[in-house]
Design a protein around this ligand. Structure first.
Ligand code: SAM
Length: 346
């Protein structure tokens, strides 16, 4: 039998290298390269001096390699004036940009990168890696509020990604018939903001753990819809839920075990009036679980850092129906998060 030709190794070579691209981005953001270039281009010597003057010295040749790698990745440009931020870097990699993804990048660098280093053991044991990696017990959210800085970084990360999705999630269905939205585990409030900016009669409450709500107020105050958005502390597993005809759970169901999800969904369905709804924002897996790659990788991410996972629409539908929702619709938004609307009908 003739030997079949070898496949092109490029996809494998690309995957071998992929973490180097991520880590180059993480290091450049952590070192503040894109913030230092916000005022205009700077050459290597000027950047080197700026690090030195800030009391954060770097090694000249190593800095040049990092800058050149960022240039090759399209994050910087380089000409006779020196290095300059690309449009991508200006929008998403500067800490001060309203669209910044720096929070999620810094969280990825400091936390996720380390947890993922133990992925094989997570697969062997089927559990998160907090104890193995950081010697910490308990769930993700207990670790986040250990320091105010860690919590702010995580929430900034959630906000950056949330801004990419929430306007599309709230536009996925006509939510105009609802009057009072309560966003459970609402984080910085980007979903409530997007909903109230789109639906002018809607009022919203962002409901989250006490340490989060103070931070949420700062984010919400930047929106023209802020007067219609309240912020309240609460624990969705232990406290009675505030009144609403529409609840939201964005990136909450994927954090928890199936038993906890079932209990939470039942609690929500019981609290809703007839005709009330639950808006869910999550990455939806294809029914055969062969894609999309970002959702499958997010499911592995949930393995290393939570007790949860990503699901297919059929899996969410079964959970929602069991909890008491009679109608379930979904929209693939094209944004990082998809949208499900479950309604409690008569
Ligand atoms: N929904 C936000 C978003 O999409 O950006 C935040 C998602 S984040 C993955 C999960 C949120 O659930 C966090 O803001 C966390 O503080 C909140 N949370 C965790 N446990 C909670 C609980 N028991 N009660 C209320 N909120 C909780």
């Amino acid at each position: 039998m003739a030997n079949s030709p070898l496949p092109d190794p490029t996809p494998v070579l690309d995957l071998i290298e992929a973490f180097r691209r991520s880590k180059t981005l993480f290091a450049a953001v952590a070192l503040g390269i894109f913030d230092r270039l916000h005022d205009g281009p700077a050459d290597l010597a000027a950047l080197f001096d700026a690090f030195f003057a800030a009391g954060e010295p770097v090694e000249l040749g190593a800095l040049e390699r990092l800058l050149d790698a960022c240039t090759a990745l399209g994050l910087l440009s380089k000409d006779e004036r020196g290095y300059a931020n690309s449009a991508l870097a200006s929008a998403y990699l500067r800490r001060g940009s309203p669209h910044t993804l720096a929070g999620y990048i810094l969280y990825s660098n400091r936390v996720l990168y380390a947890l993922w280093a133990n992925l094989e053991d997570a697969v062997r044991e089927g559990t998160s890696r907090w104890r193995q990696t950081f010697d910490l017990e308990g769930d993700l959210f207990r670790h986040l509020d250990r320091t105010a800085e860690a919590q702010r970084e995580f929430l900034a990360g959630m906000n950056g990604f949330g801004l990419l999705s929430s306007p599309r999630v709230v536009a996925a269905f006509d939510l105009g018939r609802f009057h009072r939205l309560v966003d459970l585990g609402g984080g910085t409030g980007h979903l409530a903001v997007a909903a109230c900016e789109r639906y002018r009669e809607l009022r919203a409450v962002v409901w989250d753990l006490p340490s989060v709500v103070e931070i949420a107020k700062e984010y919400i105050s930047r929106s023209s819809a802020a007067p219609r958005i309240a912020v309240e502390p609460g624990d969705f597993f232990h406290d009675p839920l505030p009144n609403a005809d529409l609840y939201a759970l964005a990136r909450v169901l994927h954090d928890w075990s199936e038993a906890k999800i079932r209990a939470l969904l039942k609690k929500i369905a019981e609290r809703l009036p007839e005709g009330g709804g639950l808006l869910v924002a999550e990455h939806l897996l294809d029914e055969r679980k062969t894609g999309p790659p970002s959702a499958l990788l997010q499911s592995l991410n949930m393995l290393v850092c939570t007790e949860g996972k990503e699901r297919t629409l059929a899996e969410y539908t079964a959970l929602l129906r069991d909890a008491g929702f009679s109608r379930v619709d979904a929209v693939k938004t094209g944004a990082p998060l998809d949208a499900i609307l479950a309604v409690k009908e008569a």
